[in-house]
Design a protein around this ligand. Structure first.
Ligand code: BT5
Length: 256
């Protein structure tokens, strides 16, 4: 796969730069990396802390097909992180995907994914609009000290260095991650998620079989987290119906 690479010491956000570069290089797969980000972003305008020592990168993926062909991209990115990190960690390391975009290691946040669409100029931003490119932004805490991330985090963080007790070769890690992800993206574009990928993600899914609170656009539903459909959508069994959900957030419901 031909990937055009742009490596920077510092950027505001690799996603912003990838969005801009995708407009200048239509039809090409681009990779943007930065050693640090000054305005790293999470979902819903949240801040992503990006000191030196993390893998902060964005893949710009041209999208000739309809949007639904790419909807599992955040999960594939999470799976690519799990495969790449899992190759370095002991077998009993607990790597989990918190649907749709977090990777946890031993219950702490190791990585996050932020996907954005680069749309053609002067078209509506409706989700039915085919995008020129999908930007898959991935942040992985590789060699940094999680204590430096501040105390305003929504859940505790970790890093590979913290879990392993030693540093990891950051550029080799990023290269392996991108090689894994680009292969999966190409396959997903052509054939959808493979049954093996659905099974691998389900096997790592946080709170599977448990009752969760699902939220999207201010509305919430409670139900049992059953697993995924073939497109990577969440299947939630409420008291009255089985729901298939494409985007949103889940949190565990604690019994009182
Ligand atoms: C995410 O959002 O987890 C998506 C993060 C995506 C970051 C990548 S880095 C490359 C690319 N360029 C960008 O600008 N972004 C992408 P969300 O689920 O909304 O989680 C955000 C929350 O995670 C924050 O509100 C903090 O509580 C917490 N957080 C911030 N920085 C963190 C870090 N380095 N490690 C662990 N947790 C962090």
């Amino acid at each position: 796969m031909n990937v055009r690479r742009f490596d920077f010491d510092s950027l505001c956000s690799t996603n912003d730069t990838a969005l801009a570069l995708a407009g200048e290089h239509p039809g090409e797969v681009l990779l943007v990396t930065a050693a640090t980000q000054t305005g790293g972003r999470g979902r819903n305008g949240r801040t992503w802390h990006s000191p030196v020592g993390g893998a902060w990168l964005s893949l710009a993926w041209p999208c000739p097909r309809e949007p639904e062909h790419y909807q599992a991209a955040p999960l594939l990115a999470g799976l690519a992180v799990i495969e790449t990190a899992g190759a370095l960690l002991p077998h009993d390391a607990d790597l989990a995907i918190k649907w749709p975009n977090d990777v946890l290691l031993n219950g702490r946040k190791l990585a996050g994914v932020l996907c954005q669409r680069q749309l053609p100029a002067a078209v509506s931003t409706s989700h039915a609009t085919p995008a020129n490119a999908l930007i898959v932004g991935i942040g992985v805490n590789v060699n940094l000290d999680p204590a430096l991330l501040g105390n305003d985090l929504r859940r505790p963080a970790t890093s590979l260095r913290q879990a392993l007790g030693h540093e990891v070769n950051l550029s080799a890690f990023s290269d392996a991650l991108i090689a894994d992800l680009t292969q999966r993206m190409a396959r997903m574009e052509a054939h959808g998620l493979t049954p093996a990928e659905v099974a691998a993600i389900e096997a790592r899914m946080l709170w599977r079989g448990q009752t969760v609170n699902f939220q999207h656009n201010g509305a919430s539903k409670q139900g049992r987290l059953e697993g995924l459909d073939q497109y990577g959508r969440l299947i939630l069994q409420t008291a009255t119906e089985s729901l298939t959900l494409a985007s949103g957030e889940i949190e565990q419901l604690h019994a009182f």
